[in-house]
Design a protein around this ligand. Structure first.
Ligand code: FNR
Length: 184
């Protein structure tokens, strides 16, 4: 099965991208994880949408639709979903009413890393609600909230904390089961 891992941060040294790379590394047998970026997606504007889907959106949309599941690395900004990620989700949820956007009935899993002691819990809760609005089938558990990310990753972006690695591995195993169950 194919999973597209969408990084919700644009930052070159993003902890969330490193977390997604770890998830790809720890994916169960038979699951292939590809990385995707949201760089280049313009700020959503219904007038711009009328001119046609921007290239960066069209490309991400195609890749998302071709995947069996989506894995989203969710940063937290000011107690909520980081703007660039929310913007990308809004684009992918379009056109409104279209029965086959990349989210409709698609299995999604979320994880996130932040520098505080909250580990993106607030942003992930908001993202779950948004994905519900998009018609996605978001895996309810297990959840992964990486707190104090600056202590859990080394300078090369390797997740060095074994407990956190184990939690990511459990999430990926469960996501494989979730995708298989929803497909069957
Ligand atoms: C943050 N950060 C942050 N962290 C958190 O846990 N809760 C929060 O509400 C916020 N708020 C916030 C606002 C803004 C504008 C910035 C730039 C940052 C810190 C955040 O966790 C940190 O920058 C992470 O490194 C962002 O994720 P990436 O880019 O490393 O994936």
């Amino acid at each position: 099965m194919k999973v597209l891992a969408i990084c919700g941060s644009l930052r070159a040294a993003s902890y969330n991208r490193s977390l997604l790379r770890t998830a790809a590394e720890l994916a169960p047998a038979g699951m292939e994880v590809e990385m995707a970026e949201i760089r280049g997606i313009p700020v959503f504007d219904e007038d711009l949408e009328k001119e046609g889907m921007p290239e960066a959106v069209a490309e991400l949309r195609l890749r998302a639709k071709a995947a069996d599941g989506l894995l989203i690395g969710c940063p937290e900004y000011n107690y909520g979903i980081a703007g660039p990620l929310k913007n990308a989700v809004d684009w992918l949820s379009r056109p409104h009413g279209e029965p086959r956007t990349p989210f409709i009935n698609r299995p999604v899993a979320i994880l996130g890393a932040s520098m505080s002691l909250i580990g993106t819990a607030r942003a992930q809760a908001q993202l779950r609600q948004t994905l519900q609005g998009c018609g996605a089938l978001t895996m309810p558990s297990p959840e992964v909230y990486v707190i104090r990310a600056q202590d859990k990753f080394d300078a090369e972006g390797k997740l060095t904390d074994q407990q956190t690695r184990d939690a990511v591995g459990r999430l990926m195993a469960a996501f494989g089961t979730w995708i298989a169950r929803l497909k069957g």
